[in-house]
Design a protein around this ligand. Sequence first.
Ligand code: SAH
Length: 255
Amino acid sequence: MKIDIVTIFPGMVGAPLAEGIVGRAIGRGLVDLQVHDLRDYTTDRHRVVDDMPFGGGPGMVLKPEPLFRAVDEIRARRGQPDAIVLTSPDGRRFTHRDAERLSALGHVAILCGRYEGVDERVRLALATEALSIGDYVVSGGELPALVIVDAIARLVPGVVGDDESVARDTFARGLLDFPQYTRPAEFRGMRVPDVLLSGHHREIERWRRREALARTLERRPDLLEQLQLDDDDKALLQELRRERERSGASGEGRA
Ligand code: SAH
């Protein structure tokens, strides 16, 4: 898939994406990433990308012309993107479902804001959607773009070697992931649950399913409301709820 990122700090996104799983995906040609320096799309000698806000107030605003020109250039050289994402703290909250949706597209462009934000006409007439990575403000769209690209790229078929591990991740199934352990079996007095050492695959699967449900019930009960559970899961969940009532759990509990 093709991904284009438009930013005033190309080095801030290029280097991290050259490492790890995304770096490998790029190396193997599964992800075709291009990072564009917004200043290359200015026409003045000083390569100015920002200006004062109309109506006054502090800070600067990214001008519309370089962003529109950058996307025109991407269209001409790389084709029309299927989605043009504006990173914005007032956008819709980015979730795993968005990552799945975007990873199924052939071409996604991401625009990184800076300063006080971006001229509204970019959102109105250029971006196809605005996404926020959470209810906090960071200084620019580069870190959000990295989060979005990483989450998308690992869902592109073939990028993560073992397809299973992506399908099993937290949120992929609508549940939090079960706890993982590795060697040693005992560490500073803490023993790995016996069932994991037992070699009984059916029991291990059941334990994992139960732990995933238990964690989700404890930490993210909101996720359970949106989930289609089969009869086994419903029975497990009922058992877990009864256990919680008996022990008087009320949301405190394990971290
Ligand atoms: N004044 C703006 C914040 C601008 S922060 C406001 O109060 O809404 C500068 C840029 O950083 C934004 O244009 C956006 O591209 C990016 N950004 C900051 N926080 C973000 C978040 N939570 N999600 C996505 N992008 C964010």
